[in-house]
Design a protein around this ligand. Structure first.
Ligand SMILES: *[C@@H]1O[C@H](CO)[C@@H](O)[C@H](O)[C@H]1NC(C)=O
Ligand SMILES: *[C@@H]1O[C@H](CO)[C@@H](O)[C@H](O)[C@H]1NC(C)=O
Ligand SMILES: *[C@@H]1O[C@H](CO)[C@@H](O)[C@H](O)[C@H]1NC(C)=O
Ligand SMILES: *[C@@H]1O[C@H](CO)[C@@H](O)[C@H](O)[C@H]1NC(C)=O
Length: 664
């Protein structure tokens, strides 16, 4: 939670008589070890100030969620492919009646009667407006105002809080308490921009020939976001090389088909569509699609993706440049060509002013996520109707909660640094990928383009926790790459001078494949043996000042695909691009073809693939050369077997198809 103290003070009401303190024992529920950088404790809050308290209720069966997912995703399970309905998932994980009653009784013990309490429809959380002194009694804590030294934002928080012993197991967490915003390390700057800063940004934008709203820091999709693909410059006129001999310098769709041995035309299954997520202001240009199709897939000229507009998502045409069209043009030109004639669904997410986050997208394909576990974080996620302005491209409609169907494979070429978000925020989102996996959806995410460093080359100072200039510091893996319930895709390249039949190596041109080990998520069961072998046979030469050496944390990426020298049509000409942003839709396309084949014979989609791919590493071309330098080190090395550079390797379609077709 993050809100202005003024708002709190303006809500002053007559103090409610404090009830006699309960005799039940308080136990500490959450405690913060240190203040996040730049936050300072300010004044104690007045006891009569009113604040909105939210209690996230413990869900039933969450401890068994991983087991449920393995049951439908592990190749040895007799229930492989028997995915769950959304209804079954909601019922299985809803807080129990006992949980709800215990928490309501606990509140009533403190004089907070049920008429003041609101419960979300999904029963996942409880909301009550409460005075600071009531909250201090209930939670046995003291509330303070905190101030951010550079943005001057204020925040209401305490150092620790307790709950009554008999409800501790029924409560996940309570806000506002010890949590600080994920957003602060990587703020969406718009909100804290003062008028002067806005004026400067507007002038800069105008000077650059841009008409859209001033840049908003680094919400995903903002121009300059380091997870976007890298511009390799124009392909010189007349030199588009479409022969297979030139795949080491120019990747075109036929190179990918040759490398991974998949066909140019795979009969369409009507139930099949490949989902590609884009975040406004990123947008594709129809004329670019046609230019690409005319050269590489002539029968598709005029073809467009199915367009799902989420939270006002629109195809802006105010600004046309690599920074605004590169990602979407790349994803759609390759995605649409490689899965042809399967359909492609474009999930265009967020309006022009505010933009959006992964959570906004997940809300749209699963309405229950909107309120799950306390709901979205208003500081990190887009809020709709957009409160920040009005006019063209500003979405004033309600936030999309459900209503959009999830495709079987969903490809996202954007990513955060794991260190930019809180573990709570990440766990909440990661559990959502698990639940969608239970429903048979595969998520592929790019692993990042800066090797062991984070977006833009950021590394972490081991002492201050600040980001360094990238020449030293701790490695900085990407999120959601570190979530064990998605498939993280790294990048490879054709070796200079080599042909498409020779093994590729880790990408080392312009970009370096993102990879490493999580600081938040422990190693999932399906990856345990691959990680153990990696450490036994190829222990990296770095200590805990560089990465999580526990040998028990989630490693990434899982797989890889070519990400170097892609030729795309952009803003009316052909350019080269680089990035795991390219690898991800390529890998997602191949899975979409596997799904088509399974659906054709009446089988389910592949869903969460990781347990299968780690069991059958032979369906990949193992990549054993190259590394992913970063933070002033050579990074990790690609080795035999799984490695934190290229994962299990690049796909071999015939072998992959065979394994997945044999599964029930
Ligand atoms: C690092 O963070 C501290 C606060 O924790 C801040 O005072 C300091 O200026 C930061 N250093 C740099 C080089 O940004
Ligand atoms: C708390 O107060 C706000 C602002 O007055 C109101 O919108 C909200 O519905 C209230 N919540 C509850 C649970 O009463
Ligand atoms: C990066 O920071 C380190 C430590 O402060 C310094 O020694 C180095 O010169 C800096 N390098 C660059 C390229 O700024
Ligand atoms: C290493 O990862 C584990 C999760 O597997 C985490 O619990 C632990 O805190 C991490 N260690 C460090 C030093 O970040």
């Amino acid at each position: 939670m993050h809100f202005s103290l003024l708002a709190v003070c303006s809500l002053l009401t007559a103090a409610v008589a404090a009830p006699a303190p309960s005799s039940k024992r308080h136990v500490v529920h959450e405690r913060r070890s240190r203040l996040p950088t730049q936050w300072r404790k300010n004044a104690k809050l007045h006891g009569d100030s009113l604040m909105p308290l939210r209690i996230a209720l413990a869900q039933s069966n969450l401890d068994r969620a991983d087991e449920f997912l393995m049951e439908v995703s592990h190749p040895d399970s007799p229930n492989y492919g028997k995915h769950w309905s959304a209804k079954k998932i909601a019922e299985t994980f809803a807080p129990s009646e006992e949980t709800v009653t215990s928490v309501l009784n606990w509140l009533a013990d403190y004089g907070i009667t049920s008429d003041r309490v609101k419960q979300s429809q999904s029963l996942n959380w409880i909301h009550v407006n409460i005075t600071v002194s009531e909250a201090e009694g209930l939670l046995n804590t003291k509330y303070y105002e905190y101030k951010h030294s550079s943005t001057h934002d204020t925040h209401l928080a305490c150092d620790e809080y307790s709950v009554s012993e008999d409800v501790r197991d029924h409560i996940d967490f309570i806000t506002p308490t010890v949590h600080f915003d994920a957003k602060i390390k990587n703020p969406r700057k718009k909100r804290s921009m003062n008028d002067n800063q806005i004026a400067v940004a507007k002038r800069q934008t105008a000077a650059a020939g841009h008409n859209v709203q001033p840049g908003i820091g680094h919400s995903i999709g903002s121009p300059g976001d380091a997870s976007l693909p890298k511009d390799g410059g124009r392909v010189p006129f007349g030199t588009i090389l479409s022969e297979l001999e030139n795949c080491d310098v120019s990747i075109v769709p036929d190179c990918l088909r040759a490398l991974y041995e998949f066909p140019p035309y795979f009969p369409a299954n009507p139930k099949n569509s490949f989902g590609i997520v884009e975040y406004t202001p990123q947008a594709y240009l129809p004329s670019d699609l046609d230019m690409f199709f005319a050269n590489f897939s002539p029968s598709q000229v005029g073809d467009r993706p199915i367009f799902d507009s989420i939270d006002g998502g629109l195809l802006q045409t105010e600004v046309e440049s690599f920074d605004y069209n590169g990602e979407s043009d790349l994803d759609l030109e390759y995605g649409m060509t490689l899965v042809y004639p399967q359909k492609v669904t474009l999930y265009q997410t967020g309006d022009l002013l505010e933009g959006a986050s992964f959570n906004n997208f997940l809300d749209a394909i699963d309405g229950s996520y909107c309120t799950y576990d306390g709901g979205d974080d208003p500081n990190q996620d887009g809020i709709y109707p957009d409160p920040y302005g009005s006019g063209y491209g500003v979405y004033k409609g309600p936030e999309n909660c459900g209503g959009f169907a999830a495709t079987k494979v969903i490809s996202t070429s954007y990513a955060y640094n794991e260190a930019d978000l809180t573990p709570f925020y990440e766990n909440r989102q990661c559990n959502e990928y698990l639940k969608l996996g239970l429903q048979g959806v595969t998520f592929v995410y790019s692993s990042g383009d800066y090797g062991v460093a984070g977006n833009g080359g950021q590394c972490i100072d081991p002492v201050t926790g600040n980001y360094t200039n990238g020449t030293y510091g701790m490695f900085n893996p990407s999120f959601p790459g570190t979530c064990p319930y998605i498939t993280s895709v790294g990048a490879t390249q054709v070796k200079p001078g080599a042909s498409v039949t020779q093994p590729e190596e880790a990408a080392e041109s312009v970009i370096y494949s993102g990879g490493g080990f999580s600081n938040v998520f422990s190693v999932p069961s399906y990856q345990k043996s691959a990680i153990a072998i990696y450490f036994a046979e190829h222990k990296p030469p770095y200590g805990p000042d560089r990465y999580n050496t526990s040998e028990h944390s989630r490693g990434l990426p899982d797989v890889s695909a070519n990400g170097v020298n892609y030729v795309i049509a952009i803003d009316g000409s052909f350019s080269y691009v680089y990035g795991t942003s390219a690898s991800t839709p390529t890998f997602g396309s191949i899975l979409t073809l596997v799904n088509a084949a399974r659906l054709d014979i009446g089988k389910s989609s592949v869903g969460f693939i990781n347990p299968t791919i780690y069991q059958y590493p032979g369906i990949f071309n193992d990549i054993t050369e190259g590394g992913n330098q970063g933070c002033g080190t050579p990074g990790f090395e690609a080795v035999t077997g799984w490695d934190p550079v290229t994962g299990l390797g690049t796909p071999n379609f015939p072998r992959m198809l065979k394994v997945f077709l044999e599964l029930p």
